[in-house]
Design a protein around this ligand. Structure first.
Ligand code: ZN
Length: 128
């Protein structure tokens, strides 16, 4: 739910960055053109605008790239298996049909008893 909206925002953001990039290149091109053909010092301000736009767009692109990488990351659901006999804990990825307190076919590596599901939780991987 929140992931898709986040990606949508990022897409709109990318378009804005792309437009900024194009405008920056146009400004730089315009500056060079004016400077070479008309020898106008006015061109320097265009060049400045172009470079500022370019650096802002690059910076924003870098920021969005990082944000997208975080938001697209698939959510991992983990299941904790527990051995009633010896208390051995095992962690594995969630499988369809898993529920808390369900006895599984998975054996305890220590005492060969069937393990039961102690907890199911979503692993939150957020890098700051
Ligand atoms: Zn055990």
């Amino acid at each position: 739910m929140t992931e898709t909206t986040q990606v949508k925002i990022s897409t709109a953001f990318l378009i804005i960055i792309f437009l900024t990039l194009i405008l920056s290149f146009v400004a730089i091109y315009f500056a060079i053109y004016q400077f070479l053909l008309k020898q106008e010092m006015d061109a320097l301000s265009w060049l400045l605008i172009g470079f500022i736009g370019l650096s802002v767009a690059t910076y924003m692109l870098y920021q969005t790239k990082r944000r997208i990488r975080i938001s697209i990351k698939p959510q991992v659901v983990m299941t904790t298996l527990l051995c009633e006999k010896c208390g051995f804990k095992n962690l594995r990825e969630f499988k369809r049909g898993d529920y808390v307190f369900k006895e599984t076919d998975e054996k305890c590596p220590k005492c060969n008893e069937n393990m039961y599901i102690a907890a199911i939780y979503r692993e939150v991987k957020e890098t700051k």
